[in-house]
Design a protein around this ligand. Structure first.
Ligand code: FAD
Ligand code: DHB
Length: 391
């Protein structure tokens, strides 16, 4: 089998790349370890930057997003029950974010690729990537009991943090930077009307909590927890009690309803450099992870893919390799800006234990007061949150 670009992973990065290339007449094959149902049911991100919405529009997969996505012009940050609204659009020349579930983005992309006859192989557990330092890379895998060889010009590693692509790069050729946080997030999806029209990031002495939403009947909520805890340690009543405590104010209460999904994720910051090795290009979580506090992981994946699609288009249409050669360096500039913002939002809003805990909390209070009193400080948060156009 032959294609121009072999794509490993059918998450948002892989599927979007396939679609953008298709629109430019460039052929690709996508290989995914899990089933289509599994990939589309995984509840993850929900906040799309304006730049991400623009790319999805350009990819011609934004019809449902435009009808069902919720534009947001502000976001709330809360400290010890004091709530501060950051007017995102007012501070950023009219930019905004859109709330629309990641799994809906992936569904829209998969349906579109299927309609256009795109080749996507699901339930392919044993992908290996070979020869990326030569002119003729080969990707091997088994599908429906048959061993297959996919010959290609380029390989896009869009297979997330636990994928195979990154580890194809010899260890001596890559540098990793990492920070593991001493906490995780417990996330729930609940069948209840959202209690606030806008998101609320709250720092309470018990720990962080976040109020978000998916629709007029679905709330999405998160709690800081221990990373090693199992979900069985969190019965529904305890989750609601803790959410009420951490998000409530003297005149605001959370609406409760049936929980239909819950899981725990560990938080980490991670970057692997460079993002290119020979004819292999990493995009999205395969190259970098951010803690979810800044709502950036998905947006960063889309920014990588947008750049990669443009670089491949330049190569196939004009024979130019400049974009491919500068891909890693250009992506990493945005990656590190977002690494900083995500770390900063995490540091501001979470409970840190240990010998410096009391000192850390006073610093957080000071930073919160600064956000409240300084337009410059609030603008820094706002412009990073809605996404910087150029980095
Ligand atoms: P993924 O979505 O991880 O997709 C990679 C795909 O590759 C997967 O389908 C995987 O099954 C497949 N794969 C893996 N290994 C192989 C292999 N060997 N062969 C073939 N296929 C393989 N980001 C935000 O912006 N906001 C959020 O609120 C947010 N919440 C999150 C909550 C959770 C629980 C998690 C885990 C992540 C969250 N993120 C959030 C991060 C965001 O979801 C990711 O940044 C985003 O999914 C990255 O997309 P991706 O396509 O690069 O990787
Ligand atoms: C959501 C997730 C985030 O990580 C975040 O920072 C904001 C919103 C969400 O799932 O809605």
């Amino acid at each position: 089998m032959r294609t121009q670009v072999a794509i490993v992973g059918a998450g948002p990065a892989g599927m979007l790349l396939s679609q953008l290339l298709h629109l430019q007449g460039i052929d690709s094959v996508v290989l995914e370890r899990r089933s289509r149902e599994y990939v589309q049911q995984r509840v993850r991100a929900g906040v799309l930057e304006q730049g991400t919405v623009d790319v999805l529009r350009e990819a011609d997969v934004a019809d449902r997003l435009e009808k069902q996505g919720h534009p947001h012009h502000g976001v709330n940050v809360q400290f010890d029950g004091d709530r501060l609204r950051i007017p995102l659009s007012e501070l950023t020349g009219g930019r905004s974010i859109t709330v629309y579930g990641q799994q809906e983005v992936v569904k829209d992309l998969a349906e579109r690729r299927e309609r256009d006859g795109g080749r996507v192989y699901y339930e392919v557990p044993d992908v290996t990537v070979e020869g990326v330092e030569t002119e003729k890379p080969v990707v091997r895998f088994t599908s429906e009991g048959r061993v297959r060889e996919l010959h290609c010009d380029y390989v896009a590693g869009c297979d997330g943090f636990h994928g195979v692509s990154r580890t194809t790069i010899p260890e001596k050729e890559r540098t990793t930077y990492e920070r593991v946080y001493p906490f995780g997030w417990l996330g729930i999806l609940a069948e209840v009307e959202p209690s606030s029209e806008e998101l609320i990031y709250s720092n309470h002495p018990n720990g962080f909590a976040l109020h978000s939403l998916r629709s007029s009947t679905l709330s999405r909520l998160y709690l800081q927890c221990d990373p090693g805890e199992s979900i069985e340690q969190w019965p529904d009543e305890l989750i609601w009690e803790e959410l009420q405590t951490r998000l409530g104010t003297s005149d605001w209460k959370l609406r409760e309803g049936p929980i239909i999904d819950k899981n725990i994720t560990a938080l980490r910051s991670f970057v692997s450099e460079p993002m290119r090795y020979g004819r292999l290009f990493l995009a999205g979580d395969s190259a970098h992870i951010v803690p979810p506090t800044g709502a950036k992981g998905l947006n960063l994946a889309v920014a990588d893919v947008d750049r990669l699609a443009r670089s491949l288009t330049d190569y196939y249409h004009h024979g130019s390799t400049t974009g491919l050669e500068t891909y890693s360096e250009e992506c990493l500039r945005r990656v590190w800006r977002v690494q900083h913002f995500s770390w900063w939002m995490t540091s501001l809003t979470h409970r840190f234990d240990g010998p410096d805990a009391a000192y850390d909390r006073r610093l957080q209070r000071s930073q919160f007061d600064y956000l409240r009193s300084s337009t410059a400080a609030a603008t820094t948060l706002a412009e990073n949150y809605v996404g910087l156009a150029a980095v």
